[in-house]
Each structure stands twice: as C-alpha cells, then as structure tokens.
Design a protein around this ligand. Structure first.
Ligand code: AMP
Length: 417
C-alpha cells in the first residue's frame, strides 16, 4: 500500500517540528487575543462553489463527491469560506463588534504536486470581520508577518495591492481585454482562456511570454478611486511605521475571486525555495459574508502554508528546541528488577520529573551507555538488592559519584540535585 499522490506522512523523527510550529501559532494568536475556531474538513458543495466564485482553484481543483445519501460534499480547499459559513450560521456577527478568529487545519486541492505544493496541505489563518479600516488591514498583515519573522525566518517581503471596488475592477478588466485581445496569439493557453473568464489572473501568470506582455499592460492603480488609493497608502504608511518590509505590486491579484480591495502576499527569496515562493497571503472580502447568508459586512483574512514555513525554517537552519531534556534515566539489571524500575518510573513521572525508561530488554551496560550518550545527568540503577531493600542507587553520570537512596527519599534527592 502507498500513500495517495500529493500527500505525505509526518514521521516520528520529524513530528517535533510540527508540534513546535503549531505551538508557536497558538502562542502568537493568544498574544493578539484571537480566538480559535474549528470547522469541519468537509462542507456542502455550495459553501465553496458559490455562483460568482470562478477561480481555477474552486473550478478545477476541489475534491467533490456525493455521500451515501446523495448530498454533494466538498473537501475544504481553503479555510475562509467554511469559517464564514460557521460564523454566519452561529450568529457570531454582532453590530459594532469586531470578530477575530483563527484556524489551523488541512486543506485539499487537486493540484500538480511539486516542491511546496501538495494535495493535502495545512494552513493557519485569521479572519477579522466587522470593520473596514486601514489600521485593521495593517494589523492583520503585521500579525502574519510576525508569525513568520518570529520563527527566525529572514528574507521575507510583503507584496501588497488594492483591487479596488467592483466598478474599478470592471473598468480595469475591460482595459485589460482591449490590451490583450490583439496579442491573444502570443498568450499561453491558460491566459487565452482567462482573457474572457478572469483577465486579472493573466497578471500573475508564471509563463515568461505572458509576463513580457504584462509589463506593458494597463495598471490597476490608474483605475482606483482616490479613496481606494489613499486607503492603500494609509495601510502602507502604517506598515512602514512598523518597519515591515513591503512593496506595492501592481500585478498582485491573488487566486480567489472573493477578494476585493486590499490583497497581499508574503513572499520569500530564500535560496532553494523553488518557484512556490509565497509563504501565505490574504486580503479583504467585501461580499463573502453576505454571499454566505450573513449581513453586508466586510472582512479581511490571511492564510499561511505550514509546509512552506517549515521548509523555510529548514533551509535557514532554524532549530526547533523542543527536544525532551531528561532529568534521570532508570536502568535495570534484569527482568525482575525491571518491574520495580517501572514502578519508580511511573512514580517520578507523576511528580513531573522527566524520566527516561528503556522498555526493551537491553543489557545493563547498553542502557548505561545510551543514558550517557543522551547526556542524561542522573541514572537510577536497580538490581536485586535494591528491589529487596526498597531503595535505589543514584549515579551522577557527570561526576561519576553514586549513592544509595531509600524509595521515600528519591524525589527529594532528585529535586535537590
Ligand atoms: P491560498 O489559499 O492559495 O491563498 O494559499 C495561501 C498559502 O497556502 C500559500 O501561500 C501557500 O503557503 C499555501 N498553499 C496553498 N496551496 C498549497 C498547496 N497545494 N500545497 C502546500 N501549500 C499550499
């Protein structure tokens, strides 16, 4: 049997970094008073396939199936829609109230697997609903940035743009179509198709010949209202006050159609990262809440890819200091003393001592060698004599001294040392 294409196992020898990363995420969220939400891994088809969501991801990459009762179900391809569905369904949106919530979980997309791109992958993200204010946009971006930078990851930059309101986008789309139509034959197949479905997506095509044409294309900024231009300027001003490195990228449009107004991506130029250089991204959505049955209320969110965060950490040599530091190893001489040793192990564990107990039946010498190699400072040694006298030998593995201690004094002795 093999794993499904595009998936991966987290094996015991690498799971520590996952636990470390998840802990880091929860800590940053707690610091910012953002509350955790967990929604199902699958939703009704309509949650993701809304009438005006025509992004490639939703059209071509979702895992859709019917359950045994014929209900149409979709595996979650991204976090936002399910979270908004839940917030609306549970009536968490209140007037004059800002709701801040975060998630961590698996997503599923039928994409071509490559470095940094899987069919099952994990994201963490924040959604903030209830106000449209440049300070909130900057706050959200700064938390995303902090989440990455405080891991120690360097060489990151925030790319930011404003997609404007629907009128501006409509005018801009027409301008793009006018510009690209005479050049249609030079466009890649995907971009030719996008010319009529979603011309904005041509702007972030990775095909070099498309990119060459994009250079001369009209710029979205020229179609923005003054209000939208100054909104973006204000967000950028706050980011610079916070010393967050950013660039205004006129061609940043992001994949999902629900984005309107501010969009951003956090990219890295770490060597060896490959072409999938976005650690995460997000933006404002003015109509998603109402599309999912809630009031007309603007929200903003981001999602970071956990695999890419770990890849960045690994490429930059960042260590995860979450390995267990044992206080004491328990070593036994034979099978009979192993049972007594096991009792001591459980006793010390209950009293919050980090104990290493070897469940195998290795020879005493090997157990001792392993304890020294693992740099455990003390060994509790148990043989027939200790079993009969209800005591233990405690050996200081650094100073090579050894004392006999009664069972009732073990804890005291270890705590003192
Ligand atoms: P998106 O939801 O497409 O805006 O992606 C947000 C972030 O999730 C990206 O910047 C990546 O870090 C991560 N991501 C998206 N798709 C994948 C994938 N197929 N495999 C691994 N990570 C992904």
């Amino acid at each position: 049997m093999q794993k499904v294409k595009g998936t991966y196992d987290v094996l015991p020898q690498e799971s520590n970094q996952w636990l470390f990363l998840e802990k880091h995420i929860h800590e940053v969220m707690k610091k910012h008073h953002i509350s955790y939400i967990r929604t199902p891994i699958f939703e009704y088809y309509e949650v993701f396939h809304r009438h005006n969501e025509a992004s490639d991801m939703v059209i071509k990459e979702t895992y859709d199936f019917e359950d045994r009762s014929g209900r149409k179900i979709t595996l979650r391809p991204e976090g936002t829609a399910g979270v908004i569905r839940s917030i609306v369904e549970n009536k968490l949106i209140l007037p004059n109230h800002i709701l801040k919530t975060y998630y961590i979980g698996a997503n599923y997309r039928y994409e071509r697997p490559q470095k940094g791109r899987y069919r099952e992958f994990f994201q963490t993200g924040i959604e903030i609903i209830g106000e449209k204010d440049p300070i909130l946009d900057a706050e959200l971006i700064s938390i995303a940035y902090e989440m990455i930078a405080s891991l120690g990851i360097k060489d990151i930059v925030v790319k930011i743009n404003n997609l404007g309101n629907s009128d501006a986008r409509k005018q801009y789309k027409e301008a793009l179509q006018l510009y690209f139509e005479p050049l249609k034959d030079q466009l890649s197949e995907d971009s030719k198709h996008r010319l009529y479905t979603n011309p904005l997506r041509i702007l972030d095509s990775k095909v070099p010949s498309d990119q060459a044409l994009v250079k001369q294309a009209p710029i979205l900024n020229d179609y923005l209202s003054e209000t939208d231009q100054s909104y973006l300027n204000e967000v950028m001003h706050i980011l610079s006050q916070q010393q967050i490195p950013f660039q205004h990228d006129h061609n940043l449009v992001r994949g999902l159609d629900y984005y309107s107004h501010i969009v951003f991506e956090i990219q890295t130029n770490i060597e060896g990262f490959g072409s999938q250089n976005a650690l995460g991204g997000g933006g404002r959505y003015d109509h998603l809440v109402s599309e999912l049955g809630g009031p007309e209320m603007s929200g903003i969110g981001f999602a970071l890819g956990l695999e890419r965060l770990l890849l960045a950490c690994n490429l930059q040599g960042i260590q995860f200091h979450d390995d267990i530091q044992y206080d004491v190893a328990i070593l036994h001489m034979d099978n009979h003393s192993k049972k007594y040793a096991y009792q001591i192990y459980k006793y010390l564990q209950q009293h919050k001592i980090e104990v290493n107990f070897d469940f195998s039946n290795k020879a005493f010498k090997t157990q001792l060698k392993n304890a020294i190699q693992t740099r455990i400072p003390f060994a509790i040694i148990i043989g027939e004599d200790e079993v009969h006298s209800n005591s233990v030998q405690i050996k200081d593995l650094i100073n090579q001294t050894q004392v006999k201690v009664n069972f009732k004094d073990i804890l005291n002795y270890i705590n003192k040392r």
